[in-house]
Design a binder for this molecule. Structure first.
Ligand code: B12
Length: 428
């Protein structure tokens, strides 16, 4: 037994083993800087821009935004209740998805509220109905797929669980089956994020004992999720990729099966994550909202009984304005679209540090290139290229030549000079 093994053994004796995966002692100025990134987003209160994940992330962090935070929750309540409870289907496009409703329920819990009353009960029924529909889409013999994803399916179960709302064993059973027969989750594009969210849902069910008949299966599935996530650790230390690491750590932190292997993997992940923070890899508010809880040793599972009295540091808006000094000059980026005929390849010139979205805009001005986007909670999402819309279970994938998918969306990714970006229509 090495040094770490001995330490784990000792901690085990003290009954503290469950805390083996905590990310402690992170420089508080680094954490505050992350929180400050969220502040401008908390002023965006239109229904398309409201994002319950931001509220959840902040409440589970060591930071608070004072009155802004309370106002944000108030706006979430107005918007979600109005759009989800109105019978008017005319603006159905603006209705939040069921995954977003699940995030909203997590936000209520983050404020120590239980969903209740007639309105609350209707929201719970909607989410339960959604899970039943998804269960139907997966089918009796598990040959089908959920209309959304196992990620949203897990989010739905988790949200109901933290509100102590029981879902039928057969609903949980579909997620258990998907984890037990890994091809269902492994073949997806982001298996670690999805496994982590499934694991968080299972952890909640296990701790709350809401589905006692499934207890053993849940325990085994949790072990399997943990094992898969540990196996997905990259040589640098990330679980999956840098952006799936926060959710993976949320799951591992809530682990009731601490092992030497887990302890070592978490130390390595912490080092990789801190290096990514130093390199400012976390700019997107959604990603920051998934990261902040783990920097405060919290996970979504803590929403079972959140501590709303815990002292949190008040965030002040950033004093130093990010340097606006534009590096002079231009870069050349090649855009390739191979999923259309005839295929498209064109080089555009954009100012240094432009985003991929700027590149797409520029290409649209000067060539036959055309694209369309949709606002999503994580930023603009590319939906069509050259008039070809992504169909059901399809998406326009962004790749860095030769064959490496980008880790960021069009608004956040900044191509380098001479880089070739490919847009490819793929199934998921
Ligand atoms: C499921 C999923 C997908 C599905 C979405 C389809 C579906 N029906 O579910 C598919 C496979 C299509 C997908 C695509 C992409 N995704 Co994705 N996706 C996820 C995942 C696992 C869950 C999202 C979700 O359901 N959230 C819950 C719902 C309630 O919230 P929501 O905001 O309404 O979710 C919608 C949007 O997030 C949107 N979406 C999904 N991915 C992305 C990525 C970006 C950049 C944007 C703007 C929107 C978006 O689809 C969701 C469902 O409608 C997250 C994981 C995570 N940790 O968050 C990654 C994640 C958000 N995706 C990511 C990435 C990088 C992409 C791609 C850019 C990959 C690529 N190289 O092409 C593309 C988007 C390309 C484009 N056309 O613009 C990253 C974003 C990292 C970052 N820095 O912002 C994440 C965090 C995964 C990761 N660990 O790397 N994704």
């Amino acid at each position: 037994m090495g040094c770490l093994g001995a330490l784990l053994f000792l901690l085990g004796g003290l009954g503290a083993l469950a805390r083996i995966c905590e990310i402690t002692e992170v420089d508080s100025t680094l954490v505050e800087r992350l929180g400050q990134h969220l502040l401008p987003w908390m002023d965006r209160l239109s229904p398309e821009q409201l994002n319950p994940s931001i509220y959840v992330g902040l409440r589970l962090s060591s930071l608070q935004a004072g009155a802004k935070e309370a106002h944000y929750l108030h706006s979430l309540k107005l918007s979600y209740q109005q759009s989800l409870l109105s019978n008017d289907n005319s603006d159905s496009e603006a209705k939040p998805s069921m995954g977003q409703l699940a995030l909203y329920l997590l936000a209520l819990r983050a404020n120590c509220e239980f969903v209740g009353g007639r309105k609350g009960d209707r929201l719970v029924s909607q989410l339960k109905r959604f899970l039943e529909d998804e269960k139907g889409a997966i089918g009796h013999n598990h040959q089908g797929h959920p209309h959304t994803s196992y990620y949203q399916y897990s989010l739905g179960i988790l949200a109901l669980c933290v509100h102590q709302k029981r879902v039928h064993d057969s609903v949980v059973g579909k997620l258990l089956y998907a984890v037990e027969h890994e091809q269902h989750l492994q073949q997806g594009h982001f298996p670690v994020d999805t496994l982590a969210m499934a694991g968080l849902a299972f952890s909640c069910l296990k701790l709350s004992n809401l589905n006692p008949n499934q207890r053993n299966r849940i325990t085994v599935a949790l072990g399997r999720v943990q094992e898969k996530i540990l196996k997905a650790q990259t040589p640098e230390g990330h679980f999956g990729n840098v952006y799936s690491t926060p959710l993976a750590l949320q799951l591992l932190m809530a682990s009731l099966r601490p092992t030497v292997e887990l302890g070592t993997a978490c130390l390595k992940a912490k080092a990789a994550l801190l290096a990514s923070l130093q390199h400012k890899a976390f700019q997107n508010p959604l990603m920051i909202s998934q990261l902040l809880p783990i920097l405060n040793q919290k996970s979504y599972v803590d929403l079972i009984s959140p501590d709303c009295e815990a002292p949190r540091v008040l965030l002040e808006p950033a004093t130093e304005t990010p340097s606006q000094t534009q590096v002079p000059g231009f870069i050349h980026v090649t855009l390739k679209v191979s999923s259309i005929s005839p295929s498209y390849r064109h080089s555009v010139s954009v100012p240094v540090s432009s985003s991929l979205e700027d590149v797409l805009k520029k290409a649209q001005e000067h060539s036959r290139f055309r694209y369309g986007t949709q606002a999503s909670l994580s930023g603009p999402y590319l939906t069509s290229v050259m008039g070809k819309k992504a169909g059901e279970r399809e998406f326009w994938q962004l790749l860095r030549a030769p064959d490496t998918p980008l880790l960021q969306g069009i608004a956040d990714y900044r191509p380098r000079d001479g880089e070739a970006i490919e847009l490819r229509l793929v199934g998921w």
